[in-house]
Design a protein around this ligand. Sequence first.
Ligand SMILES: Cc1ncc(COP(=O)(O)O)c(C=O)c1O
Length: 387
Amino acid sequence: MNPITDAIRIRTERTNEMEHSSPLFLTSSFVFDNAEEMRAAFADESDDNIYSRFSNPTVQEFVDRMCALEGAESGYATSSGMSAVFASFMTFLKKGDHLISCNAIFGSTHTIITKYLPKYGIEYTYVPANKPEEWKAAIKPNTKMIYIETPTNPGLEIIDLEFAGRLARENNIILNVDNCFATPVNQTPIQFGADIVLHSATKWIDGQGRVLGGVVVGKKELIHEIYMFCRSTGPALSPFNAWVLSKSLETLDVRMERHASNALYIAQKLENHEKISFLKYPYLPSHPQYAIAIKQMKNGGGIICFELKGGLESGRKFLDNLKMFSVTANLGDTRSIASHPASTTHAKLTEQERLAVNITPGLIRISVGLEHRDDILNDILQTLEKL
Ligand SMILES: Cc1ncc(COP(=O)(O)O)c(C=O)c1O
């Protein structure tokens, strides 16, 4: 079956009620008929569910659908994207290890890498997302993992996954990819050599701004280690959230197609606007890594970013004059969202750190929703007029 079909048709076993839509197993634990069955489950001699921190059929349905979409052998779902990121680091990195990360990453991931990993004796090197020629020199004998986001948040840098996969393989390093911005219907990093792929399912996967969730998928033996870490430390996804997210996967492909076609339309209309000094969208030929984007992504995704000529003050004014857009911290929603990273998600970085990852004072990030494309465009145009 095509993965798009699997994302719709994979489901928990039908119960005796003969329900059409998947049931929700909202339970913290599972019962056994006798002591022997329970002993066998705890001894890993059976696949029986024990406790929802370990496994749950509704959570497993979501994981199985994600594995089908990503082309992964196995997966584990977490309570948020950040718990997926943290689990992927803590499972594989130990004192004395070295992590290479692209420098343009989500703000909280930056905090984990720079504030918490060093507390456990794990060192890191940031490499420029847009200068892959510098990556090889950053590899040390103790480098255990390369961590990347592509497209990056919020600067929309594109990293060549084929290059990153080859570099990791040649040096026996785990390649860990945050695929949140593209989603698996647009880009499948495992195909290019990623060992682990993770998501904030809170974003496009939910797609309607309802629940938090995360997931890590990849090679079976690696995911088993992540499972053992999470089983003991407890960042399990709630079955209710898994049920919501699993339903969302049934429409992910059609939603992302429309998000992307709306985004391309708006990017083309705004590209040469007099109030904008530059605009970035992966599927515009003016994007510096356009050639890589069209090689590894099926479309340009739902995020656009642009720099307002008036800098920080214009950034604030832009948000204040929007009429329809939501001004909120999330992205990947049916409703279009505008944000100003310099004063919000990336405020914890120093000005210098922000500039190093192309977060300029007037940078606006647009998460293009599913409203009519002209309503989205007109709201942006009317606020630009007021600057
Ligand atoms: C690229 C990326 N990774 C990870 C996260 C963290 O996800 P969550 O908010 O679900 O913990 C986010 C959140 O915005 C993100 O944009």
